[in-house]
Design a protein around this ligand. Sequence first.
Ligand SMILES: *Cc1c(COP(=O)(O)O)cnc(C)c1O
Length: 250
Amino acid sequence: MIQDNITKVLQNIESACKRSHRSKEEVLLIAVSKTKPIEMLKEAYEAGIREFGENKVQELCDKEEKVKDFKTFHNQPESTEKQPDNSTNDIHWHMIGHLQRNKVKYIVDKVTLIHSVDSLRLAEQIDIEAKKKGILVDILIEINIASEESKFGVKPSEAEELIREISGLSSVRIKGLMTVAPYTENAEENRTYFKKMHQLYVDIKEKNIDNVTMKILSMGMTGDYEVAIEEGSTMVRVGTGIFGERNYSE
Ligand SMILES: *Cc1c(COP(=O)(O)O)cnc(C)c1O
């Protein structure tokens, strides 16, 4: 089932790219595995997924530890000359949920990208923890594109100022923007928000701010990723479309 879902999502991504005259290599699929058990991540891994997204620090850390033997499973020792290197694997973790400053230390060296930075204080904390570990941490700035009360993210009008402030931190690197568009049954309703996001991304790119690159535009979820791609998304975060509905009651 997961294998089929992934095939379907990849086909949809390819079609959306074709419609908007883009190459499918421009869009990275992130499998959002929150609330789902490790067996399901393994199925996704075997279907070729290497990018996983989680929205909670504890869950990300638990899973990061557990997936370490996925590679071992693939490289059967008897079929290879060399022993597989179990200390590393090729999975990348994306932190996509709201991040509290006191939890930054647990994930800075485990994630490939933090999508959800929306304040200078959070970025400063990431910078501190990155320096302790001697690493650079890639981040996106989360934008509340529809100015929804219930959502995290900085207002579009405040994005540039925040980006300029964060750009002064030497151990974090801003790579782009992220948004969680409003929940809707009709993806077309989000097209204007995706257009606005893309415009903001282009406007900021054109400012050529030191230490800031605009290469990643993370937008689009199960209900609207095709529209997001048509409007310029470079990373889509798909959970339900790959793993099925989430059950929060358990
Ligand atoms: C849960 C979540 C997703 C995936 O949502 P689906 O609708 O299940 O695809 C994407 N992005 C963020 C930030 C999320 O929290």
